[in-house]
Write a protein that binds this ligand. Structure first.
Ligand code: ASP
Length: 446
């Protein structure tokens, strides 16, 4: 958080980048001082890594885990309660919901396609990946075993509907839940959100409680993020001490893959959608919204960009005020295509890095979770990070992987937020044109 009155401090993303660099360099130096013998890590370095560096990383990660289940439940329920106000808003709500889900699914599909095509994580030499997997084996083995233990597609789908949501919540983070785990919790939140929207007056106190829980979770995550520079330094030390600098080279491929996928969705999918549905030339669309794009890029926050989006939608795109108000306000939290895409690609990348084979069912799980996570992510800088940790864990990829990507997250956050708000405006303009075409139809005889 910025304190304008206090003396200027480095902003958090710079601190994290510095943490990443210090951790990586120190890890590399330590590897030179205590070289591996016959492929085995030096015992002193191993001790340092395990007891010092990783402990810092764990403190940071556990603070996030601590609030992740309440955060996901409250954010998703509130998000859907807003978007799912289908009865009151009729066609507008349904159209927004359908477009949000379709565009999010398309974005995750592009992300996963790109990750499978570029294989950024597989750029790490095979022996290093095996080394890495062995290092985190004890933590991830159980989850991997459980997640991969053959379930038929029918059972996997059925498990999304929880028999006992509380039991699913309890086991969501360690894979010990009897059914679909976090996905089942998300489903429960979805159902609760829709139910709330059916009777908003009577459920208002519950909504207030959920808003309180959500706020608490955000505050705790804010604290965790303050520790992020040290946590990331610890996690990076541990990685480069184990693997050398290969891991950094791999990271460049990952950043490239994310940026390419975001560009594809932005200029491919959105161009097509605004052209086909709203009959607006993509060039015009992008040039008229340029102010919003710059604000989103600079702030990394869909919420902070909302006022600009509202104004531009009305003044430059000619969207009716009530349509803009509904679609953009709900969309700034619930329609986050860039975030969904990024989550999909990141989970696949880290699975490749840790040499964890994801079964088809698990890839489907990543898609579903990423789409839902896009709905449940706060529109603030780094809002999606807790959810990435969660999806990683749910498919048995060691959550320490987050340390690899945090250092470059700010840049990716700026870019995915730009996509998020473009998606909101694309939906707004399409829904608006749909409304207008209905209005110009001859009125039905009464
Ligand atoms: N910063 C993003 C937004 O505000 C959320 C995220 O992906 O972290 O849209």
């Amino acid at each position: 958080m910025d304190h304008p009155a206090s003396k200027p401090r480095l902003s958090l993303h710079w601190q994290i980048l510095i943490g990443l660099s210090i951790g990586a360099i120190a890890g590399w130096i330590a590897r030179q001082v205590w070289p591996a013998v016959a492929g085995k890590m030096d015992p002193t370095l191993e001790w340092l890594t395990k007891n010092v560096a990783e402990t810092f990383g764990q403190v940071f990660l556990r603070l996030i885990f601590m609030v992740v289940v309440p955060l996901v439940f409250s954010a998703l329920t509130l998000g859907v309660a807003g978007i799912g106000d289908v009865r009151r808003l009729g066609k507008l709500g349904v159209r927004t919901l359908v477009m949000t889900l379709l565009l999010s699914s398309a974005s995750v599909a592009i992300g996963l396609g790109m990750a499978n095509f570029v294989q950024p994580g597989a750029r790490l030499p095979k022996e290093k990946r095996i080394e890495l997997r062995a290092k985190y084996a004890d933590q991830s083995q159980d989850t991997v075993k459980k997640a991969a233990s053959a379930k038929t597609p029918r059972d996997s789908l059925l498990d999304i509907i929880p028999r006992n949501p509380l039991q699913e919540m309890v086991g969501a983070l360690d894979g010990s839940s009897p059914g679909g785990g976090m996905l089942a919790v998300m489903f429960f939140a979805l159902v609760c959100g829709v139910a709330i929207s059916i009777s908003p007056e009577r459920t208002a106190p519950l909504v207030a409680v959920l808003e309180g829980i959500y706020d608490i979770a955000m505050v705790v995550i804010g604290w965790a993020m303050k520790l992020a520079p040290i946590g990331v330094a610890g996690l990076m030390f541990s990685l480069t001490a184990t693997l050398g600098v290969d891991i950094l080279r791999t990271l460049i491929w990952y950043v490239g893959a994310v940026l390419a996928a975001l560009a594809l969705h932005m200029f491919g999918v959105y161009s097509l959608v605004v052209w086909l549905v709203a009959k607006l030339s993509p060039r015009q669309f992008f040039s008229r919204i340029s102010e919003v794009l710059l604000t989103a890029f600079a702030t990394s926050s869909s919420n902070a960009t909302l006022p600009t989006s509202l104004r531009v939608a009305e003044e430059k795109l000619g969207v009716k005020r009530e349509v803009a108000n509904f679609v953009l306000t709900v969309g700034s939290t619930a329609n986050q295509n860039g975030t969904a895409l990024y989550e999909g690609i990141t989970v696949l990348f880290l699975a490749q890095v840790f040499d964890v084979e994801l079964t088809f069912a698990q890839q489907v799980q990543v898609v579903l979770m990423s789409v839902l996570a896009g709905v449940g992510t706060a529109g603030v800088p780094g809002g999606s990070l807790p959810l990435v940790v969660l999806v990683l864990k749910s498919v048995g990829v060691p959550e320490q992987g987050i340390g690899i990507i945090l250092g470059v997250d700010r840049l990716l956050d700026m870019c995915r937020t730009t996509l998020n708000v473009t998606g909101d405006l694309a939906v707004a303009v399409c829904v608006d044109r749909g409304e207008k075409s209905l209005e110009t139809e001859p009125p039905c005889p009464t």
